[in-house]
Design a protein around this ligand. Structure first.
Ligand SMILES: Cc1cc2nc3c(=O)[nH]c(=O)nc-3n(C[C@H](O)[C@H](O)[C@H](O)COP(=O)(O)O)c2cc1C
Length: 160
């Protein structure tokens, strides 16, 4: 079963988990990058990121074109922003008409909003089969626990 991990990460938490999952599944991994740069500090970081979600922005991805035909399973990872998934993930979903795939979702967050984020992702990805979802609270603060949770979760997906 060929699997691709696609993720966006602003502060490295989602990246940390994405890399663990990719390592466990021996899967390809792509970090989404955008030309739009969000402020990295203070009030503006939350304000601009939150606003980008609320206004439904789809920042242009700078990644090379991704051939999704090569994969049966796509694992999508995002930080929770304003109770939703991040704008680069929205760009990815809109750019690639993802259909007929097995999809697993994971998210990093600060304590709330993961359920809503997953519900919105599922709504945005009709025509696919969802095989799992899991959320991590600030995983880089607790690297050992988060990484063993990621390894277990990834192994479960592979067993599907
Ligand atoms: C713009 C912005 C909005 C956020 N909104 C939420 C939120 O609604 N709920 C939450 O629990 N955490 C929220 N967070 C915290 C991040 O989800 C959390 O720090 C996550 O681990 C970051 O992942 P990353 O390091 O991969 O970027 C927000 C962070 C930012 C920058």
């Amino acid at each position: 079963m060929s699997t691709l991990i696609v993720y966006f990460s602003f502060d490295g938490n989602t990246k940390f988990i994405a890399e663990k999952i990719a390592e466990t599944l021996n899967a390809d991994i792509i970090e989404l990058k955008t030309s739009k740069k969000y402020p990295t500090e203070g009030f503006l970081k939350y304000f601009c990121g939150g606003k980008s979600v609320i206004f439904g922005e789809e920042p242009k991805l700078t990644n090379n074109s991704i051939d999704l035909n090569r994969y049966e399973t796509i694992v999508i990872g995002t930080p929770v922003w304003a109770g939703s998934y991040t704008p680069p993930i929205k760009s990815f979903i809109r750019q690639y008409k993802i259909q007929g795939k097995q999809i697993a979702l994971f998210a990093s967050h600060g304590g709330n909003g993961a359920e809503k984020c997953f519900a919105k992702l599922k709504e945005a990805l009709p025509g696919n089969k969802f095989i799992g979802e899991t959320a991590y609270v600030e995983p880089k603060k607790n690297p050992e626990d988060s990484s063993s949770k990621a390894v277990r979760w990834a192994s479960d997906i592979l067993a599907v």
